[in-house]
Design a protein around this ligand. Structure first.
Ligand code: PMV
Length: 362
């Protein structure tokens, strides 16, 4: 599939001022993306649960400029102007300029807020970039003299979001999204995320994710540095093959409801992501002592209660505790009684799978 389909061709309507607001979620990968080539092409396919409660709400105000020129924007985050956010977003706009040429004709004011506390260690790039991408697509639709299908809008929004942050391509739809070309996932692409195209077993519906905030600090290793470390990594090629094989296995598991295999695969993926960082040059330990305490407690609880509880990790110390909805009551108690003490200020966030971006415009 080519990128040319995302370059607008139609005559555009004339608009002086417009604003759009979108709420888009974070996501948590089950098979991880770690390693890419230019421009944001993943080395392996990945799949994630779209979250529901952890989200970003973003409004973009567009005003027509007297003359077309450089991309102009201001950014406000949680009520404050944020100069320090500008370089990353300016890079993003530059990367997508070819696909959104109208950006040159307008100045933009972006206002954004997150539902989760800032510096909670939860990456906000996926929800943040996908929210901007959805606002741009609403504007593009208004400018276009042709009706766009929702399928096209979602694909292009995911395509744009990907150019801001790879994992953001998986935050447009839900509850399960695949990003990266994979022979067994129909319609999958390196250019954008697609909803998992097969019927999932009922046990995976409304799956629960409680995020234990072990370390709320800035990420020790930025994704950019982390992805780059995979270029010289001695185990990289084997890892990319393994991830694609794991996606084949997980595709079958999601359809047949084999939760035991789900647990084994998802935990192995999380530990492998961390193993890649333990064995890179330079090397990093991104877990904290409390991450390990929590993992051991989860393993004991699972053995003692014949539970399907498991964990996954991002590139940091926080732990995502995953479990079926039917175990919610028992596991909520376990988390409150036995795991919350390992979190900074006992903080954790209860989330579950969700359905992706929502417009909040009337
Ligand atoms: O989207 P990025 O470039 O921040 O990379 C995210 C990578 C992980 O979160 C560690 C894994 C994933 O697939 O989301």
């Amino acid at each position: 599939m080519s990128t040319a389909q995302f370059i607008p061709k139609t005559v555009t309507n004339s608009i002086e001022k417009a604003n759009y607001t979108w709420k888009t979620p974070s996501n948590i990968a089950l098979v991880k993306y770690w390693g890419k080539s230019n421009p944001q092409i993943p080395k392996n396919a990945s799949i994630s649960f779209t979250l529901n409660n952890c989200h970003t709400i973003t409004t973009i105000n567009f005003s027509k400029k007297a003359a077309s020129g450089n991309i102009q924007f201001e950014i406000f985050f949680e009520g404050k102007q944020k100069e320090e956010f500008k370089p990353k977003i300016a890079d993003f706009f530059e990367r997508i300029q070819e696909y959104c040429p109208y950006l040159l004709d307008y100045s933009m004011v972006i206002t954004s807020e997150n539902s989760f506390p800032h510096s909670s260690g939860i990456a906000s790039s996926a929800s943040g970039m996908s929210a901007i991408a959805m606002c741009l697509m609403s504007f593009e639709q208004a400018l276009s003299s042709e009706e766009m299908t929702s399928d096209f809008i979602n694909k292009k929004a995911s395509f744009l979001a990907r150019l801001g942050s790879g994992s953001a391509s998986r935050s447009i739809e839900g509850p399960l999204v695949v990003w990266g070309k994979h022979p067994e996932i129909e319609g999958s692409s390196d250019l954008f995320g697609v909803p998992f195209p097969y019927q999932i077993h009922s046990v995976f519906e409304n799956y629960q994710d409680t995020i234990l905030l072990v370390d709320k600090g800035e990420k020790q290793v930025s994704s950019t540095v982390g992805h780059n470390l995979m270029h010289q990594h001695p185990y990289a090629e084997q890892r990319f093959l393994q991830a694609n094989e794991n996606l084949s296995k997980l595709s079958a598991i999601l359809q047949n409801g084999d939760v035991k295999s789900f647990v084994a695969l998802v935990e192995s993926e999380a530990l492998t992501l961390h193993a890649m960082m333990l064995t890179s040059n330079p090397y990093f330990i991104l877990m904290k002592p409390n991450t390990l305490e929590i993992i051991n407690k989860i393993w004991n609880f699972r053995a003692e209660n014949n539970s399907a509880i498991c964990f996954t990790l991002d590139a940091g110390a926080n732990v995502h505790v995953l479990y079926p909805e039917e175990e919610k009551e028992k596991i909520s108690q376990f988390i409150d009684n036995e795991l919350s003490k390992y979190c900074q200020k006992n903080h954790y966030i209860c989330d579950n799978t969700g359905f992706g971006a929502k417009s909040t415009d009337l």
